[in-house]
Design a protein around this ligand. Structure first.
Ligand code: MG
Ligand code: MG
Length: 254
């Protein structure tokens, strides 16, 4: 069931989203050669809890940690461990925080030191694909318009669009209806209405879109070992431009 959030709920979702944004800003300087993904997870969890929130993903669908840490060819649901980041790696941190029962969800892929030109290309165009989706996320359009915009953009830059994982509604649950695929047809799917809150999250591979899920049943990697990037914002639908709830607040607004 797709729910429409009241202005009061949107305020709580803004607060949760802002803490997710702050967590990304807090952790960024730590993303350097030598740090383990476990340590990044611990720092994020401490920060989230220091803000009066709980980490949305801990215990969610069997995930054991606070944040997902996906390195290089890992697409999503990387489990933090003792791997030490190396110069030239890319790492996606997918961070969720719950504030007074409402969630925010945002993933970002970061460069560790100096990365290859191919990885720069992958990160640049995956982030841009996210904003192509956000651009058409306005009341009156449909979910399929978002997927169409992301897929067209990704095809133009010859990046593989992961189909098995999709965006979603966000509210009192971190994953709610509707599904928000990164592919689709214009003018299809649920109608976007003011007060809907959704996470848009393209996952693009430098190579083929094909994936494989590891034996832990959670972690997904690219089948061909090419690197993968993932950029995600939680947004609130309005009759105009959406409000990026996990984005930077400007003059008290975001
Ligand atoms: Mg996420
Ligand atoms: Mg998400």
């Amino acid at each position: 069931m797709i729910t429409i959030k009241s202005p009061r709920e949107i305020e709580l979702l803004r607060k949760a989203g802002n803490i997710v944004y702050q967590t990304h800003q807090y952790i960024k300087p730590y993303i350097k050669e030598g740090i383990t993904t476990k340590e990044l997870d611990r720092l994020c969890e401490e920060f989230i809890r220091s803000k009066g929130c709980t980490p949305s993903f801990k215990g969610c669908e069997g995930f054991p940690n606070a944040v997902c840490a996906s390195v290089n060819d890992c697409i999503v649901h990387g489990i933090p461990n003792n791997y030490k980041l190396k110069n030239g790696d890319i790492i996606t941190l997918d961070i969720g925080a719950c504030y007074k029962g409402y969630h925010g969800d945002s993933a970002w892929t970061y460069a560790v030191g100096e990365i290859s030109d191919n990885d720069k290309y992958l990160l640049e165009h995956t982030e841009k694909a996210l904003y192509e989706g956000i651009k058409v996320a306005t009341a009156g359009n449909r979910i399929g318009d978002i997927g169409y915009a992301i897929e067209q953009y990704s095809n133009k830059y010859d990046l593989g669009v992961v189909k098995e994982f999709v965006g979603h509604g966000v509210g009192t649950e971190v994953h709610e209806d509707p599904n928000v695929p990164n592919y689709g047809q214009k003018n299809t799917g649920p109608l976007l209405k003011e007060g809907m809150v959704i996470a848009i999250e393209p996952m693009l591979n430098f190579g083929s879109a094909r994936i494989k899920v590891l034996e832990n049943g959670l972690t997904a990697k690219t089948f061909d070992h090419s690197n993968s990037a993932h950029f995600e914002h939680t947004i609130a639908i309005t009759n105009g431009d959406p409000i990026i709830l996990t984005g930077e607040w400007k003059n008290g607004e975001n």
